[in-house]
Design a binder for this molecule. Structure first.
Ligand code: PMP
Length: 459
């Protein structure tokens, strides 16, 4: 494909004039001009100035297979020629949806044998919310309407999924949360654990679920939703005591557990699904992102036998035009075939994850890095002026994170900041040599951040 395009400044001006960006201060961006990405291969992005950037975020945690896989493009083109669109409403089906549903049922743990297709992670969680409430209504318990979720969880930005998420900035815009959604505190020991040991803190945070269930009345609670490892919340890896206690509680009160695997699915945590890594048994699993490695939009709700039997018993008045799009399903099938047959998930978990973990955790020798957390190929470091007390910076929360992200970007490394945590989630295909480059660039960026905040009196 030709690299010819308008000069960067012109593209930036057009972008500022006409393109509204998600989760972006438009005026601020217009002053600076967006960095325009023109192509990508492996873990490398190229921008409109020809700079090569190491993408340690796999786009938005989604390009698990790495950029530039021709096979996916070819499958998409073939499917577009054969059957570019059809739906699965009103008693029709098509081959890619059937074959992908079968494949997902085989891959998923336990009895998640049924697939409801969606278009994205957000609308998958909207599906899940309606499905669990409808399930209980069909079971003659319509009062089981409440859903419990977590502060600083992320489940999307539609009315439903944004309500399930616990991001106060999202709730503050547009009248969220919708009724019947309740939040408990997150298992973030670094920021909220105080004097407790991580183990005690993990138990205490899990037990908040039981308290909330009892406060609402167990007979009014439909479901609990959580990410195995919070991603957008800052790659918060819960203490080991957390998930077993959550599982005990949902089992005790027969609360349907929805595990949001939009980030953690398809190899991110070193296994195919995060619930395998964390030892969780869900009734519904949310998938998106890595299902197609982000090459084309697709979401899926993987549903257990117990729920599917009831939902399938009558018409579920729910569905999206592009759900189970044949081109997206065909690309997902090819993506999964390559992840499996080339051993990409296995290699990421067994070879790359331990290599990256050792180097990532060694970053705690840097004066700014308090803790380093990593599971599989998703990791975070907490920046702090005082490791012992885990104190925040004098500057407003997140401002040092922004400086660090900007230093990374200047050093041709995409690392994201969540407050004053820096996070990574590289393509699963990253090589050891590329891990070395990632760490080297991260260290340079941390050094520059340190110099800058000292100069500005923020340290
Ligand atoms: N759930 C989780 C755990 C996510 O990380 C995201 C996206 N970052 C979503 C849901 C929403 O997915 P989408 O952006 O595809 O709507």
């Amino acid at each position: 494909m030709s690299d010819n395009h308008l000069p960067t400044a012109e593209l930036q001006a057009l972008d500022a004039a006409h393109h509204m960006h998600p989760f972006t201060d438009g005026y601020e961006l217009a002053q600076k001009g967006a960095r325009i990405i023109t192509k990508a291969n492996g873990v490398w992005l190229t921008d409109s100035e020809g700079e090569e950037i190491l993408d340690a975020m796999a786009g938005l945690w989604c390009v698990n297979i790495g950029y530039g896989r021709e096979e996916l493009a070819e499958v998409a083109a073939r499917q577009m020629k054969q059957l570019p669109y059809y739906n699965t409403f009103f008693q029709t089906s098509h081959v890619p949806a059937i074959m992908l549903a079968k494949k997902l049922a085989e891959l998923a743990p336990g009895d998640l044998n049924h697939v409801f297709f969606n278009g994205s992670g957000s609308d998958s969680n909207d599906t899940n919310l309606r499905m669990v409430r409808h399930y209980w209504a069909l079971k003659g318990q319509p009062e089981r309407f409440n859903v419990i979720a977590r502060w600083n969880g992320y489940h999307g930005s539609t009315m439903g999924s944004g309500s399930l998420g616990g991001m106060r900035g999202i709730h503050a815009q547009g009248g969220l949360p919708i009724p019947g959604i309740h939040h408990i505190d997150q298992p973030d020991w670094w920021s909220e654990g105080g004097e407790m040991s991580p183990e005690d803190f993990g138990l205490q945070r899990a037990q908040e679920l039981e308290k909330k269930i009892l406060e609402l009345g167990p007979e009014t609670v439909a479901a609990f939703i959580a990410e195995p490892v919070q991603g957008a919340g800052g790659v918060i890896v819960p203490p080991e005591t957390y998930w077993p206690e959550i599982q005990r509680i949902v089992d005790k009160y027969d609360i349907l557990m929805i595990v949001d695997e939009v980030i953690t699915g398809f190899g991110r945590t070193g296994n195919w699904f995060g619930c395998e890594t964390m030892g969780i048994t869900p009734y519904i699993m949310t998938c998106a992102k890595g299902i197609t490695s982000g090459y084309i939009p697709l979401g899926a709700s993987l549903v257990s036998d117990r729920i599917a039997e009831v939902i399938n018993g009558s018409e579920f008045a729910h569905g999206y035009t592009y759900a189970g799009h044949p081109v997206a399903c065909a690309v997902a099938l090819e993506n999964i075939r390559l992840l499996e047959e080339e051993g990409i998930v296995e290699r990421a978990g067994k070879e790359i994850a331990p290599y990256l973990k050792a180097k990532w955790e060694a970053l705690t020798d840097h004066p700014l890095v308090g803790e380093a957390k990593i599971v599989g190929l998703m990791g975070s470091i907490a920046l702090t002026p005082d490791k012992a007390s885990r104190a925040p910076f004098k500057a407003p929360a997140g401002s040092v994170g922004v400086i660090c992200r900007e230093r990374c970007f200047a050093n041709n490394l995409v690392m994201r900041h969540v407050g004053d945590r820096m996070v990574i989630s590289p393509p699963l295909t990253i090589t050891k040599a590329e891990v070395d480059m990632l760490i080297e660039r991260a260290r340079t960026s941390l050094d520059e951040t340190f110099e800058r905040i000292k100069a500005e009196g923020l340290y």
